[in-house]
Design a protein around this ligand. Structure first.
Ligand SMILES: Nc1ncnc2c1ncn2[C@@H]1O[C@H](COP(=O)(O)OP(=O)(O)OP(=O)(O)O)[C@@H](O)[C@H]1O
Ligand SMILES: [Mg+2]
Length: 268
């Protein structure tokens, strides 16, 4: 079994009378990309902040094996700082000795090559978010905790971040990704955990969470549905149609999306 880089056990957090986390268990292994999903206020950011040591748990534990990189949900770098200065500051904080080479490599990785002298105050939101991702990767952490890292990004930027995350996974880095973008999570994550009202309500691979959704056949008479059929039923369905003299133009095995599974799990 791959080593666990993040281990969350029975994690609880109370803010005054609000129970933000009610005993959550979660693990992320080396080289694994895990999506943490849930409605607004579910406790996702709280879990990540506890794992970073920014917030104290009320009960349970969250332990990280190795160095961590963190991109906060609501972050703000100083307007006057250049991209290079922001990364230099974080190299100092992370005690990274990567120097100018690490900074330019990371800026290149997030599509900001050639922008090292640009001031944060002149950057678009999406550029700032990509700078934030570069900052989180300083010092080659064992795990990245990314709290909605693509919320400000355009489709090309999201694709870029997805490619970066896949590169990290290939390098054995663990990633916990908070997101509301289910299609993105479905594309990139190995495993998904869904929390609602501070409790884990579903977990598994995107494939495990999205269930069979029937079979659709396109014939000369139009599209026909077999809602309870699975892939195994396709040969029989096609044979029966052909024997009945129908023309078959296409067959689709349908699956519910992660979005369907999510909405069911959170009860909406
Ligand atoms: N510092 C705080 N003081 C009091 N309550 C807080 C604090 N931080 C979070 N909460 C509450 O804890 C609960 C969980 O919040 P959290 O930010 O972890 O949710 P989230 O899942 O990240 O939501 P979102 O999708 O909106 O980012 C919410 O009810 C929130 O109002
Ligand atoms: Mg949040």
């Amino acid at each position: 079994m791959a080593p666990r880089v993040l281990k969350v056990e029975g994690l609880r957090k109370r803010y005054g009378t609000t129970e933000a986390l009610k005993g959550v268990d979660l693990t992320v292994e080396r080289g694994e990309l895990v999506g943490l999903l849930g409605p607004n206020g579910a406790g996702k950011s709280t879990l990540v902040k506890i794992a970073c040591g920014l917030v104290n748990a009320t009960g349970g534990t969250a332990s990280i094996d190795g160095a961590l990189g963190y991109l906060a949900e609501l972050f703000r770098f100083p307007d006057w700082a250049t991209a290079d200065e922001v990364l230099t500051l974080h190299q100092d904080l992370a005690r990274s000795d990567g120097g100018a080479q690490e900074r330019s490599r990371l800026l290149e990785t997030v599509g900001l090559g050639g922008e090292s002298g640009r001031r944060v105050g002149t950057m678009s939101k999406g550029m700032q978010q990509r700078l934030g991702l570069a900052q989180a990767m300083i010092g080659r952490p064992a795990i990245l905790l990314l709290d909605e890292p693509t919320s400000a990004l355009d489709p090309a930027g999201r694709r870029l971040v997805r490619d970066v995350l896949e590169g990290l996974r290939a390098d054995g880095v663990a990633v916990l990704l908070n997101s509301h973008l289910l299609s993105e999570v479905e594309l990139v994550c190995d495993r998904v955990a869904i929390i609602a009202h501070g409790e884990l309500v579903a977990a598994g691979t995107p494939g495990e969470l999205s269930t069979a959704g029937g079979v659709e056949v396109e014939t000369a008479d139009g599209t026909r549905n077999w809602p309870d059929a699975t892939r195994d039923d396709v040969p029989r369905i096609v044979r029966e149609l052909v024997e009945a003299g129908e023309q078959v133009y296409g067959v689709r095995v349908l699956r519910s999306t992660l979005e369907d599974a999510y909405l069911e799990a959170v009860g909406e």
